[in-house]
Design a binder for this molecule. Sequence first.
Ligand SMILES: [Zn+2]
Ligand SMILES: [Zn+2]
Ligand SMILES: [Zn+2]
Ligand SMILES: [Zn+2]
Length: 243
Amino acid sequence: MTDSSKPRFNPTEEQRRDIVARYQAGESICELARSFGVQDDTIRRFLTRQNVPLRSVSEAVRLKRSINDGLTNQQRRTARAIADRRCRSCRTAPVAPRRRLCESCLAASRNRSAQRRAAGLCHGCGEPSTAPTCPSCRAGMKSWRQELRDAVLDAYGRSCACCGETLVDTLCIDHINGGGSKERRAGLTGYTFYRWLKANGFPPGFETLCGACNLAKRNKSECPHQAQIRQMLEHIAKIPLTY
Ligand SMILES: [Zn+2]
Ligand SMILES: [Zn+2]
Ligand SMILES: [Zn+2]
Ligand SMILES: [Zn+2]
């Protein structure tokens, strides 16, 4: 749009108000320029002449991100709190490693659950329920667990690293160099462990094993399959090459 024969940008009173209002509502200079068929600088000069304070680049980036990520303000504040290792409920108090709530919010949450349970309500949503957890909360938890386990298996593989078993229900995540029992004592089991793996970007040092290989490895530090494979390879190596 460098055509010098283009008429000078001369917005009507209504357009002037429109440009200012839209900029202040979050539309970018670039978007406004496109919609009026003029160059970015034309809009920038116009806004300056109107004494509209311009956003800095970092403000513009932040604004754009907040518009684009589709989160509500509340979700955004929670996400920021989690990133800063603050409690996701009160969003102010710091949290202990691997905890999502601060001590006082955790106590309040446990207390509320206990009260709901005693009153015959679902401890998750507080709706009347015959079971401690209502069917809808149970379904929500089930799909959350499913998604988490899927993400973990996608990261570490969907077959046993020892025997190749692919039956998903038999698979678990093993600490390659041991140390799993120390973690289990620290409370890193089951879905807490999966959540930890995900939160840490699926770190190296873990592998997928089937339950049988995992158990065998835990008892003997190595699954008997591995000795078997070595024997087989030794045997193959002794076969004379006749071609
Ligand atoms: Zn808190
Ligand atoms: Zn519920
Ligand atoms: Zn296996
Ligand atoms: Zn094995």
